[in-house]
Structure formats: C-alpha cells, structure tokens
Design a protein around this ligand. Structure first.
Ligand code: AMP
Ligand code: GLY
Length: 422
C-alpha cells in the first residue's frame, strides 16, 4: 500500500517503523516527519492541518491509506475531507474528535453512555472556580477545556496554585474543576471503525517531568507495556481489557454513533484504577505519545491491516490483535527547559551507539538535520525504546542506550518501569 502518515513526532515514527516492518513492503510517506523518520519514509512538505491540501496530495499521489498522528489535523477536519473524497483515513472527523478537543464534550458523552468518570464542574468565572474547589476538595484538579498537549492540567493541594492555574485559562474560556482520583494510571488504546472496537495492549505513561512523579505535567516522559500488576486485581490482562472494552470503549463508540458522529480511528482511554473501580480521566482521539512507542513494537499483527480495516468499517471480521510476550520500555530524552520553555537548536549525538545496544531502537520526536549535524527542534527530542524478556532486561538496555546519547542539558527520568523491574 501507499500510506501517508501525518505528524512529526516519535509516535509517528513508531507507526512508520511498525508499517515498515511488515512483510508487505509498503511505500511510506510522512508529512512533515523529522530527521529520524526520513530514514524510514519519504518526507513530504505539506500543511497537515489543511484539509484541502492533504486531500489533494492523497488523491494526486494515489495514497491508499492516510494515518493521522496528532490531534491538530483531526480538529481541523482533515479526516472529514479525506472521507468525503473516498480516501481511506484512520482518524476521526472533527465532530468526534471533540472527545479529545473538549473536555466538557467528553464528560457529556461519558454521562450519556454511563461510563464511570470523576465528578467535574465547569467554571466560567473566578467565583465559580472558588466554589468548585471548595466543593470537590483537595487535592485540586484544574483543567483547561481545550487542546493543551497534556499541559493544561494541574493537580495540587495548594488552593492558591489551583486558582492561579484557573486564572491563566479563564480569559480564553471555561475551566474544569475535577474530583481527584487516586490510583495507578493505565492507557488503553482501541481501534474503532465507528461501530466495533478492537483493543491493543495496555501501557503506562509517566506524565510528570521528574523521577518519583515530581515536577510539572508533560506530554509524557516514558512508558512501558504490558502492565503485569493488572493481574493481581483483575485476574489477567485479558480480563482487564475485556472489562474496559465492555464498560468504556463500546458504550462511548455506540453513543458517538447514535449522535451521528461515528468515531473512526484510535480511541485512547486514559484510566485511573481507583479503590472504587476503573474511572476515565480523559479520552484522546489518537495514539498516545509515548505509549505507542512501547505498544506497537509488541504488536504481532500487521498494523496496516488493522488501520485499514478500521478506516473501511471492517473491524468486526478482524481477530483480536495479538501481542508478543516480550516487554517494552521507552524513555523520552527532552530538551533543557521542557515543558515550559525548551531550548532548541542544540546538537544531539551518540545515536548510532545508542541504537547498537541489544534490543534497542530509536524513535525520533523532534530532530532535524542542519549542516550535517542532528539538532533538537522541540521539547521531547528522542525516544529510546528497548525490548526484553523481562522489565529488568528491557530497562537496563534502555538506560544503557540513553547513556550513549549526548544533548546539552538533556532531561530524562531514570525511573521508567521501576515498579515492574524486579
Ligand atoms: P489529562 O490531560 O486530563 O490527561 O491530565 C493529565 C494528567 O493529570 C493525568 O494523566 C493525571 O496524572 C492527572 N490527572 C488528571 N485528572 C486527574 C484527576 N481527576 N485525578 C487525579 N489525577 C488527574
Ligand atoms: N501520553 C499522553 C498523551 O498522548 O496524551
């Protein structure tokens, strides 16, 4: 197939690497991609958020499938335009993508679908914020009601800090004050054809910048998959996945369909396993980053077949995706100053030595080639991904490779998958 992937991060690199590994031998195109992706796909200069430009390109170049990586093209209506032209696309239309783009919309869908989630109050004024903070209690959870790349959320016991965070976002619209949910987090991805869903293997993301879950929220600093500790509570990964499929994914997909906004693409369920059961903290309308980098290397089925089946309404006939026994750990290397003000343009070296570590490969997040050197072009720069038979082995490999990477001021967490290493 001729497949176009929109986006430029490590998630898109992971998708491209999975497609490239298939026996079928696809022709891969990425817009805009990055310096790492350039080794695995043909880079295309194209505004990925321009529905007309993407549709024209896909049509002229006889693209068989478009895979939308990030949220911005979804919210811009790129999938709608492609679908209208009859071009298979993996990614929801603008209306269904509101599941990610608007936290208020997501809450309403969950309520209608009877999906378990925390209590939330939508506040339009400072006075409403204050009374919601008092009603829902500490720790306080304050969220911007729009796309903020995982950075619009604050969780704090400090009321003044919660108020200050709300003040930042109030001028541009309402904020959500949520009930704090305590427990481990799980990211579970579902492929959806609008009607049927197929689950992938669960992963855990590390949202905070520093070890021990300290520091600000980020887009995600690392991940691992699968989650062996799910077995203690749910009997096994398959039981957990089945439960979330039945109680979360299927009702949400049915609800969206019944409202005339079918969701075709990747439903990302961000879950917290509380004492009182599984609760949804958020949905995303696309693959998670960095979880995808830990999930896709374990996928045994050809990814293109799954994405195309979803894009063309044929998931019902597709068997459950199978995953390798091998475990995966991904560590994000970020620029100094990330997430507030990443310093970009610095040279990054040592990647060949890193990639030479047994079981390791690299997924580039924000790199470009300048005058023969590789430079960082964003906050999250690189994902070091390691496979192994145990988490001890995979994380040792990942960190051996991270040690080979040189980037001035680089930040990374040293405790990715620590809880499952023994
Ligand atoms: P979100 O952008 O909604 O995914 O939130 C980012 C991160 O903030 C989540 O991954 C959680 O770690 C944390 N968080 C968000 N909402 C809650 C909540 N209601 N209770 C506890 N932690 C939360
Ligand atoms: N890893 C969090 C996200 O993709 O939103």
């Amino acid at each position: 197939m001729r497949i176009l992937v929109l986006g430029s991060g490590a998630r898109e690199h992971a998708i491209i690497l999975a497609l490239k590994a298939e026996e079928a031998g696809h022709e891969l195109f990425a817009a805009p991609g990055n310096a790492g992706i350039a080794h695995d796909a043909t880079l295309v200069t194209l505004d990925g958020t321009d529905p007309a430009a993407v549709t024209e390109y896909a049509n002229d170049e006889n693209i068989d499938l478009v895979v939308i990586g990030p949220e911005a093209p979804l919210v811009a209506g790129v999938a709608d335009a492609l679908r209208e032209r009859g071009i298979p696309v993996f990614g929801p239309g603008k209306a269904a993508a509101q599941l990610e783009g608007s936290k208020a919309f997501a809450k309403r869908i969950m309520e209608s679908a009877g999906v378990p989630t925390g209590r939330a109050v939508r506040a339009h004024t400072r006075a409403e914020v204050e009374s919601a903070l008092d009603e829902l209690g500490s720790p306080h959870v304050v969220k911007a009601d729009g796309l903020a790349a995982g950075k619009g959320v604050i969780v704090t016991a400090d009321r003044a800090e919660a108020l200050a965070h709300a003040d930042t976002y109030l001028p541009s619209g309402p904020v959500l004050i949520e009930e704090f949910l305590a427990g481990p987090e799980v990211s579970l991805f579902f492929l959806s054809d609008g009607d049927h869903v197929l689950p992938l293997s669960p992963a855990q993301d590390y949202k905070r910048l520093r070890d021990g879950d300290e520091g600000p929220n980020t887009g995600g600093m690392g991940a691992y998959s699968p989650l062996p500790w799910l077995t203690e509570r749910f009997g096994g990964e398959a039981d957990f996945v089945q439960l979330v499929t039945r109680e979360v994914a299927e009702p949400v997909i049915r609800q969206l369909d019944s409202e005339g906004t079918p969701f075709i693409g990747l439903l990302y369920a961000g879950l917290i396993i509380t004492e009182a059961g599984i609760k949804v903290i958020e949905f995303n309308a696309r693959f998670g980053d960095p979880e995808t980098q830990a999930v896709l290397p374990r996928l045994l089925d050809p990814l293109s077949g799954l994405l195309l089946a979803a894009a063309s309404g044929n998931l019902e006939d597709h068997p459950l995706p199978a995953f390798a026994e091998a475990v995966a750990v991904t560590v994000v290397v970020a620029s100094e100053g990330y997430p507030e003000a990443p310093i970009i343009g610095r040279e990054i070296t040592g990647l060949d030595a890193a990639a030479a570590v047994d079981g390791v490969h690299l997924a580039h997040a924000a790199t470009a080639e300048r005058d023969g050197a590789l430079v960082a072009t964003g906050g999250r720069v690189l994902n070091v991904v390691a496979l192994g038979t145990t988490f001890a082995e995979a994380s040792a490999r990942a960190y051996r490779a991270v040690a080979e990477v040189s980037l001035d001021g680089a930040q990374y967490r040293t405790d990715i998958a620590a809880r499952v290493r023994e």
